[in-house]
Ligand binder design. Structure first.
Ligand SMILES: [Zn+2]
Ligand SMILES: [Zn+2]
Ligand SMILES: [Zn+2]
Ligand SMILES: [Zn+2]
Ligand SMILES: [Zn+2]
Ligand SMILES: [Zn+2]
Length: 454
């Protein structure tokens, strides 16, 4: 665009400024796609530049979006511009010279001035200003020369006027696109002196708000994942996670005995993981056989009520109610985990049976608290039984068909009418004597009514 005249330009600028000032731009929050209301002022391009004497036309464009708002608007002739001075004929002592004034724009002659004085004798009282050039944003101008209109002498040559440089300020910001995490934004300015535009980039913001998603803990069944880091603003994955190996920690259930132990063979207990269904087995110790076990019962205490079996920590007997195990040839059943057992099966063909106060098995101590039905039966050799002091219950027919049995030594004082009776001893020797602790003799006489109590 060629700027014809600074006066014109200035008036246009003022118009634009006024328009722009009325409505302060609010581009910042707007998206690039927002529909422009064309209310931020306008600028123009000549379609036919006016001259000093002829009118022209120009197109008006929206200041912000460049849309054509008005086509071929009429523009009046500019009128002649600055004066150029040209010495057609120099003044001398004898002859008068001529200074011609022309239009700086169209070159048309405005007038000729007769130079009356000889420059050597002139006082230069009538000075004219000529040949000035207005600077633009990009080109230097110059100040006017001072020339004497009486003698034609150039009294002062105009200095160079530096180009303006474009003027960009808050009003010339016509577009702002905010940067995103990964895309630069930009600002577009329009110079309101020459309407040239410039762009400034706004750096990317980077992913500012991050969060961890898709995290999964590993189990024994499935691999886990450390999770991906996402940008909350743009949902992009900023960094990928890594797979976490399956754990080796299973969630075992209480286990099921899948093979009962016998005297000759170990049993098997199978545990199942509730998460991955994997199984593991555990051996259950063989049932103890008295012929092989080395049980030491001191000779002078043959009828001791305590028999200690050395524990074997490597063989785990699961202490579950209902589990049977054999100690010194006698079989016991757990009735209370880690606490109590009942005497369920006596060793065969022995002359004497001692039901101990306590037994130990695999480091666990149990009280022997009851004698089950037919725990001692069909023994023709059996002559005496000792009942330990923790026995509370002697079931009906606990001792059954033991015709030689003559002595039962009860150490327990815990028996009651409800938990014991004469019926505990069935088909025994008629001369059977029950020995009882002194302090319960009266009670036990009632409990075992019909038997000899001593
Ligand atoms: Zn617009
Ligand atoms: Zn002109
Ligand atoms: Zn002069
Ligand atoms: Zn400019
Ligand atoms: Zn982002
Ligand atoms: Zn598992």
């Amino acid at each position: 665009m060629i700027i014809k005249k600074i006066g014109k330009l200035m008036s246009t600028i003022m118009a634009v400024i006024m328009l722009v000032t009325v409505t302060v731009p609010a581009f910042a929050a707007e998206e690039a796609e927002t529909v422009c209301k064309h209310d931020q002022g306008n600028y123009y391009k000549y379609t036919k530049a006016p001259t000093c004497t002829k009118s022209g036309t120009r197109d008006l464009f929206c200041w912000v979006c460049d849309e054509l708002l008005e086509k071929d608007e009429w523009v009046p002739a500019t009128g002649h511009g600055f004066l150029r001075a040209e010495i057609i004929k120099a003044s001398t002592a004898t002859e008068k010279g001529i200074l011609r004034e022309t239009c700086s724009e169209c070159g048309e002659k405005i007038r000729d001035i007769k130079l009356e004085n000889n420059p050597e004798e002139c006082y230069h009282e009538d000075r004219g200003y000529y040949n000035d050039i207005y600077p633009t944003c990009t080109e230097d101008g110059r100040e006017p020369d001072s020339i004497c209109r009486q003698c034609g002498k150039i009294l002062k040559t105009g200095n160079v006027q530096k180009a303006f440089e474009h003027k960009y300020d808050q009003y010339s910001l016509i577009k702002k696109i905010d940067p995103t995490c990964t895309k630069e934004g930009k600002k577009v300015f329009r110079c309101y002196k020459c309407f040239a535009t410039k762009e400034e980039t706004i750096p990317v913001t980077g992913h500012k708000h991050k969060e961890l998603r898709d995290k999964k803990d590993a189990t024994c069944k499935e691999e886990g994942y450390t999770g991906n880091i996402y940008c909350k603003d743009c949902n992009e994955i900023v960094s990928l996670g890594t797979v976490i190996a399956k754990t080796s920690v299973h969630s075992w259930d209480a286990g099921v005995v899948t093979k009962q132990p016998t005297i000759t063979e170990e049993g098997i207990k199978t545990y199942t993981c509730s998460v991955c269904s994997e199984t593991k087995i555990e051996k259950i110790a063989k049932l103890l056989d008295d012929k092989k076990e080395d049980i030491k019962i001191p000779d002078n205490k043959k009828d001791t009520t305590t028999i200690v079996i050395p524990s074997k920590p490597s063989q785990k007997i699961v202490e579950k109610v209902g589990t049977n195990f054999v100690v010194a040839g006698n079989t016991y059943k757990i009735t209370k985990s880690s606490a109590e057992v009942s005497f369920v099966q006596a060793k065969k063909n022995v002359k004497s049976i001692a039901i101990p106060d306590i037994i130990k098995s695999n480091g666990v101590t149990y009280k022997v608290t009851s004698i089950e039905t037919k725990a001692i039966k069909n023994n023709k050799k059996l002559k005496n039984i000792t009942i330990g002091k923790n026995v509370r219950t002697v079931r009906k027919n606990a001792v059954f068909k033991c015709p030689a049995l003559k002595t039962v030594n009860i150490k327990s004082t815990l028996l009651t009418k409800k938990t014991a009776s004469k019926k505990g001893f069935k088909s025994v020797n008629k001369k059977l004597v029950i020995k009882v602790p002194k302090k319960v003799k009266k009670l036990y006489t009632k409990i075992f009514k019909g038997l000899k109590i001593k």
